[in-house]
Design a protein around this ligand. Structure first.
Ligand SMILES: [Zn+2]
Ligand SMILES: [Zn+2]
Length: 187
């Protein structure tokens, strides 16, 4: 994994956490309260060193995730100045700062949180940094809201020609089925 891959993985995780906490509807389902299973699934997108997640951490991830969602949504709406302020606030509140660390049996690599913050704050610092890097990059126009009914997820368009409309194949299929049903329902 090179340096940019690492940040890309963190950006995918940031968007997943934002969707889990900020999207009212996700792939046809109303949002459920955040729990440690979902936080675990989010973190697995970017690490295989899984921390233990207690209730306090879940609450902190929930608050941070909502802030990330608001900032990312503003970016999809072209409200870059307001999004930048929101991301700066998140970076300041998490005291995000680049620091080189080395875990037992790992190589030196970059973290974005100081050592003395909570696990959730540390990850939110990294997610805020990844979002800040997106804002300053050409990839920003790859961030879209899902076009499906009952889905407020945001996603990064992975296609070369920027034609991806849905957050997932689940939403693509739901939309196809709905279009088919409305055709056959017509007299
Ligand atoms: Zn590490
Ligand atoms: Zn969707």
């Amino acid at each position: 994994m090179d340096a940019t891959d690492h940040l890309k993985a963190s950006l995918e995780a940031a968007i997943a956490l934002a969707n889990a906490t900020g999207a009212e509807w996700s792939q046809g389902r109303a949002r459920a309260p955040l729990d440690e299973v979902t936080v675990g699934a989010v973190l697995r997108l970017t690490t295989n060193r899984m921390p233990s997640i207690d209730d306090a951490a879940v609450a902190e991830f929930a608050t941070g995730g909502e802030r990330l969602y608001r900032a990312l949504l503003l970016l999809t709406e072209g409200e870059t100045d307001t999004a930048a302020s929101a991301i700066n606030e998140l970076l300041a509140s998490t005291r995000a700062a680049p620091v080189l660390v080395r875990h037992p049996e790992s190589a030196w690599h970059l973290h974005f949180a100081t050592e003395d913050v909570s696990i959730a704050t540390g990850w939110l610092a990294e997610f805020g940094t990844a979002t800040a890097m997106l804002l300053g990059s050409d990839d920003l126009d790859r961030l879209h809201p899902c076009a499906a009914e009952r889905c407020d997820n945001l996603f990064l368009d992975a296609t070369r020609n920027h034609r991806q409309r849905f957050c997932s194949t689940a939403c693509q299929n739901r939309t196809k089925v709905a279009a088919f049903r409305s055709r056959v329902a017509r007299p």
